[in-house]
Ligand binder design. Sequence first.
Ligand SMILES: *[C@@H]1O[C@H](CO)[C@@H](O)[C@H](O)[C@H]1NC(C)=O
Ligand SMILES: *[C@@H]1O[C@H](CO)[C@@H](O)[C@H](O)[C@H]1NC(C)=O
Ligand SMILES: *[C@@H]1O[C@H](CO)[C@@H](O)[C@H](O)[C@H]1NC(C)=O
Ligand SMILES: *[C@@H]1O[C@H](CO)[C@@H](O)[C@H](O)[C@H]1NC(C)=O
Length: 183
Amino acid sequence: MFHGSGLFALLLMVLEWTRPGLSSPLRPICDLRVLDHFIKEAWDAEAAMRACKDACSIATNFTAPLTRVDFDVWEAMNIEEQAQEVQSGLHVLNETISSLQASNQTDVLQSHIDASISNIASIRQVLRSLSIPEYVPPASGGEDKEMQNVSSISELFQVHINFLRGKVRLLLANAPVCHQGVS
Ligand SMILES: *[C@@H]1O[C@H](CO)[C@@H](O)[C@H](O)[C@H]1NC(C)=O
Ligand SMILES: *[C@@H]1O[C@H](CO)[C@@H](O)[C@H](O)[C@H]1NC(C)=O
Ligand SMILES: *[C@@H]1O[C@H](CO)[C@@H](O)[C@H](O)[C@H]1NC(C)=O
Ligand SMILES: *[C@@H]1O[C@H](CO)[C@@H](O)[C@H](O)[C@H]1NC(C)=O
């Protein structure tokens, strides 16, 4: 089924799972249009942040994941390593974007910030549905090499988009559970 309504039903199911107290996904979400929907929302958030001048120009150091993908390196990694890179990147994005909730932005920006946080939670559920290993915090003191500092809110949201379009998409597209015969 490639109808918009099929996609809508999938999205509803993913959103349902992220409500507190509800159980985990029962079937794998292999449809990349679900991720594309979240990427589109990330574009909307980025556009709003870019349009916002003063309130968003707080000079600060945001921690964000590195987004550049070196395909040779990526393909040489096993699924656990790829998963760890994606999960730790999502973890950091969630922490950083969550920290913006306290920054007294306008209602419009707040709603994009809230939407971004719930999208990250939804993507986590999609990964869980594909049996992708969960986030494991690095051993204490260990610095994560796959991180960078960004200095503005709009740059942070650009990183968010690029991370979803790059590493997250690659991981989802190659999830083993989606390539075991017909589903
Ligand atoms: C952010 O970090 C960089 C490098 O660590 C530093 O040069 C810069 O002064 C910092 N900026 C702010 C606003 O803290
Ligand atoms: C938050 O922003 C509003 C309007 O931009 C302003 O009136 C209010 O004083 C701000 N609150 C804080 C705690 O900075
Ligand atoms: C995102 O961060 C917030 C605040 O730190 C936390 O409460 C929430 O559980 C995190 N969500 C995910 C999906 O990690
Ligand atoms: C980011 O900034 C912090 C504090 O300003 C610094 O300690 C850290 O080394 C920076 N990280 C990178 C990857 O530049």
